[in-house]
Design a protein. Sequence first.
Length: 319
Amino acid sequence: MVTEANSSPVNCRIVIRRAQGEQSLTFYASCGLSHTYERQVCMIARTMPALDDRRWTEEVAAALSETLLRVEDLHIGYRQPRGWLSVLDEVSFYVFEGEFVCFVGPSGCGKTTLLRLVAGLEQPTSGRVYLDGEEVRNPRRDVGLVFQEPTLMAWRTVQQNVMLPLELNGCRRGEACYQAQALLDLVGLAGFEDAYPAQLSGGMAQRVALARALIHDPRLLLLDEPFGALDAMTRERMSQELLRIWGARRKTVLMVTHSVNEAVLLADRVLVLSQRPASIKAEIAIDLPRPRQLETMETPAFVALTHRVREVLSREGLV
Ligand SMILES: Nc1ncnc2c1ncn2[C@@H]1O[C@H](COP(=O)(O)OP(=O)(O)OP(=O)(O)O)[C@@H](O)[C@H]1O
Ligand SMILES: [Mg+2]
């Protein structure tokens, strides 16, 4: 039996064939969609409950239409003094609008490189990145990026740091001040507007960086180990803050972290990267109910999920 559906936002036509007597389903995505994209359609479809053909088709089409970020077959390497260094190898994944996805993987495997490619700061050797159906070739204003270090300008106050992207864009000063203040309130820094970066703690500086990344109201927020340099207690508090901010703004987030606990607490899905050249070794859905608090980490479901992520890391020799 064959059913068909149109999913207009991604402008693709999906034909689903259900092979008689087989458990598995094969999906054919036409209209120039690549083989990798077909695999993504299959991945999405596998997460759907067993429904009749018509409902399956509708559900898959609906899920596809909510895909904000699509990464297809990324490869990148660098010329190094001792020869070619292959960093990413066939990395493909998708992120739905409003989803929180975490990457975990060993040091030096290419996580920062991956975020830089998604942000359009670098070009892949081959493969493509699509944001809302449009190929990313240059840095875009609808992508916010927070690095491991806050990278604030030492000679500008907290408020001036947060306002900077709007000023560079020619926004009126009064409007930029107003927007910066609203974000400083959101990240819990009201009262520190006139402080300089040297007068802040590590956690406060990262809050400023987060506010600065949010000032353009980006559709996609990329976080590269934003709490990596913080002590364990501050890091836990910042995770909670991030959950609160995410709840308030409902951004789509792609975050890199070394902490399995942090990934499971924050994410809807955890993707595990292999050693360099990195590829995706596993995808683990985190179906813990929200809102999540630090107490969530004491529940058996949380412990079981962290165990699953660690199992993959250990099976792949990544820890
Ligand atoms: N511009 C560049 N030129 C040459 N090599 C590079 C460049 N950028 C990254 N690399 C190499 O790519 C590899 C991956 O780097 P990347 O910073 O992406 O790793 P990472 O997974 O983020 O590591 P970490 O967890 O330590 O932050 C490293 O071996 C690095 O030397
Ligand atoms: Mg890195």
